[in-house]
Design a protein around this ligand. Structure first.
Ligand SMILES: [Fe+2]
Ligand SMILES: [Fe+2]
Length: 262
């Protein structure tokens, strides 16, 4: 690869899950070591590469998930989480590749690091599915997760406001109860995976919030007002409690902000 942009684009276009995991981790490592020059000579694709399976369904057509009772419900839960992490690899790659030229080296290094984390999260969850006799692709998955990228491709501030600061922050709210259910069901390995994901996601949200604050100050705007207006304009869903206030605070999100748009 002759440029970091070309390597990111190639990872985005990768359709095979294991190859995408490998490519995301390789581009992060190679950029960190200086093997990939900070050159942005190719555009990012509008849509990333996806494997033939899972079948992607509109959100309203996803089968309802049970709560950890049966093996089937467990597999459905881990599969849904694996899909979220798979799309998260592409969201982080696209953040670095689409906005890296304007935002600089530290921004690119940060979000390639996030992409490598997401690749690891996905790999852990796919391995978990295999221990349960399933695998990523065995069930249908939520087809709406790339929507946020499409809606915010024009502006790095909008992307940061919605992806790390709304979607990944939502993960901080929902992961601890899932972790508790795994632990209560005696699934220690599952609980450990979720703890690792939670710890990493706090860092991801904090990175997003930090870069967002820096961009707001360059634009001479109040970060709080800018965030609220971008979320209203570009995020179609609801921001709803219960919030994990302590994890959100650790990630640098202020309750005044998100409670204000909820
Ligand atoms: Fe993740
Ligand atoms: Fe993340």
């Amino acid at each position: 690869m002759t440029s970091v942009a070309a390597a990111i684009r190639a990872a985005l276009l990768e359709t095979d899950p294991r190859a995408k995991v490998f490519a995301a981790r390789a581009v992060a490592r190679d950029f960190a070591s200086g093997a990939l020059p900070f050159v942005f000579n190719v555009a990012m694709p509008d849509e990333p590469g996806r494997p033939a399976r899972p079948e992607l369904l509109p959100p309203g057509r996803m089968p309802k998930r049970g709560k950890f009772g049966s093996d089937r419900a467990r597999i459905a839960l881990w599969h849904a989480l694996a899909h979220i992490e798979f799309v998260a690899i592409d969201l982080a790659l696209d953040m670095a590749g689409r906005f890296g030229a304007e935002q600089g080296r530290a921004f690119v290094a940060d979000f390639l690091g996030v992409a490598a984390d997401e690749a690891m999260h996905f790999a852990l969850l796919d391995r978990k599915l295999r221990t349960l006799g399933s695998h990523y692709g065995a069930l249908p998955a939520h087809g709406g997760l790339w929507e946020a990228a499409r809606n915010t491709a024009h502006d790095v501030a909008a992307r940061l406001a919605v992806v790390p600061m709304v979607l990944e922050a939502r993960g901080l709210d929902v992961t601890p109860p899932t972790l508790e259910r795994a632990r209560a069901a005696g699934d220690e390995s599952g609980a450990r995976i979720l703890q690792r994901i939670l710890d990493d996601e706090i860092r991801h949200v904090r990175l997003g919030a930090t870069h967002f604050a820096a961009i707001s100050s360059i634009r001479r705007e109040s970060a709080e007002n800018l965030w609220k207006s971008l979320v209203r304009a570009h995020f179609g869903g609801a921001i709803k409690p219960p919030f994990n206030d302590s994890a959100r605070l650790a990630a640098g999100l202020s309750r005044d902000w998100y409670a204000g748009v909820a």
